[in-house]
Design a binder for this molecule. Structure first.
Ligand SMILES: Cc1ncc(COP(=O)(O)O)c(C=O)c1O
Length: 284
């Protein structure tokens, strides 16, 4: 039986209960993180904890734990769920209080963490790429906050699935922002473009790794938005996230991207990413 963490305790998942008055349940008032674990070790933990802090700041919640406390809890949770490869989910909500839009005073936040199996990235997607469709970015104006309020993302992802695609690429004011569950990249004439870090995109941890790897290996990368037309004529399109790593998009709105197979710049980044994952796992 899997164990979860809830408000200071580790317990079997079936025994974990939260109040129906929790503001996460009633108002979607909370933030979260998803952290991959390889061979029992969390990947890019510092980046995830920094982003958690920034999400908490964004919704005006105090961080209930220090980074050392988060780390100790995470290490225990990994161990209690048998190490190996996991996908850790952390969530902090403002806590349980009579339903009101205004923030309650003196309420204890709800801290929850669980571990799920981290499924390996499907080989067929790495070999042939994924399909994506473009959709209007219907989300709010604080996409840099990793809020649990994911209804727009869920609607967009479902729409992509129903169109036979694996991801939705989102367009706001004529520009590509990111995917419904990923950051997005476009390669034009050998240069990688990805949206700048602002309130229109989530500052992805995988995105940071991609940027660092590109810089280290001299692959030109610009944190600059691209238009829908640039996207449609790009040589390569990719998406990235902690659990899916970096995946090539080879079919966009039913049309081939470039030559319709994963491109050379993606291949290069993927090799670097896989090496980096191994290196970090050994010294982390
Ligand atoms: C909207 C959105 N953008 C980007 C990402 C990628 O972020 P990360 O690389 O930190 O997983 C995610 C991950 O779930 C996401 O939901």
């Amino acid at each position: 039986m899997k164990e979860v963490y809830l408000n200071g305790d580790f317990l079997p998942e079936i025994e974990a209960k939260v109040s129906v008055f929790d503001r996460g349940f009633l108002l979607g008032d909370g933030v979260y993180e998803v952290i991959p674990v390889y061979d029992g070790r969390s990947f890019q933990l510092r980046g995830h904890l920094e982003r958690l802090q920034s999400s908490l700041d964004g919704v005006r919640m105090k961080n209930p734990l220090t980074n050392a406390e988060w780390q100790a809890m995470i290490e225990q949770l990994i161990e209690r769920n048998d190490g190996g490869n996991q996908s850790l989910y952390l969530q902090v909500t403002r806590g349980a209080a009579p339903r009101d839009h205004l923030f309650p005073q003196g309420v204890t936040p709800t801290i929850f963490a669980m571990s799920n199996l981290l499924h390996p990235v499907e080989e067929k997607y790495k070999k042939h790429g994924i399909a994506a469709i473009t959709l209007p970015d219907i989300r709010w104006h604080n996409c840099n906050i990793k809020a649990i309020t994911l209804l727009p993302n869920s609607l967009l992802k479902q729409q992509a699935l129903e169109a036979g695609a694996q991801e939705a690429l989102l367009i706001r004011d004529g520009y590509l922002t990111e995917g419904a569950t990923s950051n997005a990249y476009v390669v034009i004439n050998g240069t990688i473009y990805t949206s700048p870090k602002d309130e229109k995109v989530l500052p992805g941890i995988t995105r940071e790794v991609v940027i660092a790897l590109a810089a280290k290996s001299g692959i030109p990368l610009l944190e600059q938005g691209v238009t829908l037309s640039d996207l449609k004529h790009a040589d390569e399109v990719w998406v990235s996230s902690s659990t899916k790593e970096v995946l090539p998009v080879t079919l966009l709105d039913g049309n081939k991207v470039g030559s319709g197979i994963p491109g050379p710049v993606w291949q290069q980044i993927d090799v670097l990413y896989q090496h980096y994952k191994k290196d970090v796992a050994t010294w982390h």
